[in-house]
Ligand binder design. Structure first.
Ligand SMILES: Cc1cc2nc3c(=O)[nH]c(=O)nc-3n(C[C@H](O)[C@H](O)[C@H](O)COP(=O)(O)OP(=O)(O)OC[C@H]3O[C@@H](n4cnc5c(N)ncnc54)[C@H](O)[C@@H]3O)c2cc1C
Length: 314
């Protein structure tokens, strides 16, 4: 069965949401498709039910700069609050709440992985295991290496996509009893295998049912252990975390590792988006301008502005 729209955005991360919102505001019809179960991509929060109560972990983006600019204002409007010890803004009660709020009113369809694309007679045909979609304009807001896989090595934009470099990040989520030690709220040490450690439960509005920690491995550790099973990754990272926070590994109430294959941009494109006018195709993401959520938002907004400015959109 086919669903059709004038615009299809692949990806409900902050880039896709930014773009789809702005397109809707100029009266365009948009469907947003995402393979994930939740909205927000790498602005992610995982919820866990413990016997002592529900807890959550921000296992992707940690903290957003609280600069006095349009992005920070938008984040505050979407419910973000200051995390003073972390030096920035966080979503409430979790990071994923920000993209969820911003996506309100969008035609967003989760659990749909686009596995093939084809362009015929002015139409994009999108295939997924659950069905097919048609659109006049396609906006891909997925990490550059994944976009390259979908478009194929012979696509006119392949060279530009190949020049973008993204690196992985292994993340550990661990919970300890509420009375356990809390030596710091966050620690950044690029020379340590755990380059960033955050006491997630020290963020505003979080559950008090446990002391929760999120540890992100540095680039070397992440690259070396990327293909290990999540269980092995958790077993390797837990002693490192416990050393850093002075906890007994035996007391962990919950433990889980997450593998971000395309976590952070190392070498960005250097432009806000890519496009192919002949096929009405746009590509965007944080990887266009940098490595942060703010760059993702800018990229999505720039695509929508380009579409709004084109004769075709009027
Ligand atoms: C561990 C980690 C820590 C970070 N820390 C920070 C931080 O502290 N501050 C900060 O500003 N930024 C941080 N970032 C970066 C920030 O999360 C990203 O810049 C931003 O979320 C990227 O948004 P995006 O929309 O470009 O991509 P994504 O969020 O990756 O969204 C892409 C979406 O596309 C979907 N998708 C992919 N392929 C397909 C397909 N074939 N079919 C359908 N859907 C598909 C995915 O499911 C995903 O939802 C961090 C990232 C990570 C991983």
């Amino acid at each position: 069965m086919k669903s059709a729209a004038r615009n299809i955005v692949i990806g409900s991360g902050i880039t896709g949401v930014s773009c789809a919102r702005a397109l809707m505001q100029i009266g365009e019809t948009v469907i947003v498709l995402d393979k994930g179960r939740g909205i927000g991509g790498r602005m992610a929060t995982r919820r866990v039910a413990l016997e002592t109560g529900d807890i959550s972990f921000d296992h992707g983006a940690q903290v957003l700069p609280a600069r006095n600019n349009a992005f920070a204002t938008l984040m505050r409007d979407a419910g973000a609050a200051a995390w003073d010890q972390g030096g920035g803004l966080v979503g409430m009660p979790g990071m994923s709440q920000i993209p969820r709020r911003l996506a309100e009113g969008l035609d967003l369809r989760q659990g749909i992985e686009i596995t093939a694309l084809a362009y015929h007679d002015g139409q994009w045909m999108l295939s997924s295991p659950g069905g097919a979609f048609r659109a006049q304009r396609l906006i891909l807001t997925i990490p550059a290496p994944q976009a390259l896989q979908l478009l194929g090595p012979m696509h006119p934009l392949a060279t530009a996509l190949r020049a973008v470099e993204m690196r992985p990040c292994l993340t550990l989520m661990a919970a300890f009893p509420p009375d356990s030690q809390r030596p710091f709220s966050q620690r950044s040490d690029p020379d340590h295998p755990l380059a960033w450690i955050a006491q997630d439960s020290s963020k505003p509005g979080r559950s008090t049912a446990a002391v929760t920690w999120v540890a992100q491995a540095g680039p070397e550790f992440s690259a070396q252990n990327l293909e290990n099973s999540p269980e092995d990754i958790a077993a390797q990272m837990l002693p490192l975390l416990c050393d850093a926070i002075g906890a007994n590994p035996q007391t962990a109430l919950h433990l889980r590792a997450h593998r971000w294959r395309y976590a952070q941009t190392l070498r960005p494109l250097g432009a806000a988006y890519l496009s192919d006018g002949a096929t009405n195709l746009f590509l965007g993401g944080d990887w266009c301008l940098g490595a942060r959520a703010e760059h993702a938002w800018q990229s999505g907004a720039a695509i929508a502005a380009a579409i709004a400015g084109s004769t075709d959109a009027r």
